[in-house]
Design a protein. Structure first.
Length: 94
């Protein structure tokens, strides 16, 4: 992370972590910045958060989600195509 974000960690949450084996967009992904006490805090400036899925045939995510400077979190969709399996979704500040 950059110096402006020192002391903060990027937190990724998929809630629920198991998604029904259906075709569609699921509003279950969230990214936020948390302080050393585990509390979500605003970034103070807009950040691009890069998302990846290790198996996009099972579940795909947008390549970038914007975390607004005043927001404590950003929501994103996880898109599934009805296939059974597992994937690892990761996030990093772009």
């Amino acid at each position: 992370m950059s110096a402006q974000l020192s002391g903060l960690d990027l937190y990724l949450s998929i809630t629920p972590s198991n998604i029904e084996r259906t075709v569609g967009d699921h509003k279950v992904g969230y990214v936020s910045l948390i302080n050393k006490n585990g509390i979500s805090v605003p970034a103070g400036k807009e950040l691009d958060v890069e998302l990846t899925s290790s198996n996009p045939e099972i579940a795909s995510v947008p390549s970038v989600v914007k975390l607004a400077g005043e927001a404590k979190f950003a929501q994103f969709d996880v898109k599934t195509n009805g296939q059974r399996g597992q994937t690892l979704i990761t996030a990093k500040i772009g």
